[in-house]
Design a protein around this ligand. Structure first.
Ligand SMILES: [Mg+2]
Ligand SMILES: [Zn+2]
Length: 195
């Protein structure tokens, strides 16, 4: 049985939401993010970040600049004892009509192919409509966090979306997933515990 994965949004889910985040010093973990990711790791789940970064397509940031910001994220998490399996980004603007910008599923499918997992068997955690919509298209269990753009849920910006679950933050998402994983069939659960 292949390893199970959690797909995660970056901005507003793991780190503090900033409009067009383009400076390394603005990469700041949300409270509970590192501990939540540690919990998910402890459940034996893989962790892949799927992020829309139109800052590149808009010319605000180049690929090297984004790589430095993602390195900073990895460093902050490493200091808390957590590692991600990968960060996949869409560099395009909404106008470009690409397949990789969320809610498009191309990045998740690429991650699934590279890491060998079934995205529909896992979870998608995010703070915005596009995250929940992408997770739904994949058949994943969708979890909206009330941080970042999700802070106002169910306010006017995010009301149209229907996540499977709504939680306060990434730590809450991890506690929820721990309960959901424990509730899976005993045989499956036993296998995941010994994997
Ligand atoms: Mg977000
Ligand atoms: Zn794209």
């Amino acid at each position: 049985m292949s390893r199970r994965f959690v797909l995660l949004d970056r901005d507003g889910t793991i780190n503090v939401h900033r409009h067009h985040l383009s400076r390394v010093e603005h990469m700041e973990l949300l409270p509970g993010a590192a501990s939540g990711l540690r919990t998910l790791r402890g459940l034996g789940l893989g962790l892949v970040v799927i992020t829309n970064q139109s800052v590149i397509g808009r010319g605000i940031l180049d690929e090297a600049g984004l790589a430095a910001i993602n390195r900073r994220l990895a460093d902050l998490l490493a200091a808390e004892g957590v590692a991600l399996d990968g960060i996949y980004h869409c560099p395009h603007t909404p106008d470009e009509g690409c397949a990789c910008r969320k809610p498009g599923t191309a990045l998740a499918e690429r991650a699934a192919a590279q890491h060998g997992f079934e995205p529909g068997a896992g979870y998608m955690i995010g703070d915005s409509v596009c995250d929940i919509e992408m997770g739904a298209r994949l058949g994943a269990t969708t979890i909206l966090v009330r941080t970042g753009l999700g802070a106002g849920y169910p306010g006017p910006d995010i009301a149209p979306v229907r996540p499977d679950h709504v939680v306060d933050d990434l730590a809450g998402a991890a506690r929820l997933i721990a309960r959901l994983e424990a509730a899976r069939t005993p045989e499956t659960h036993a296998r995941s515990l010994t994997a």
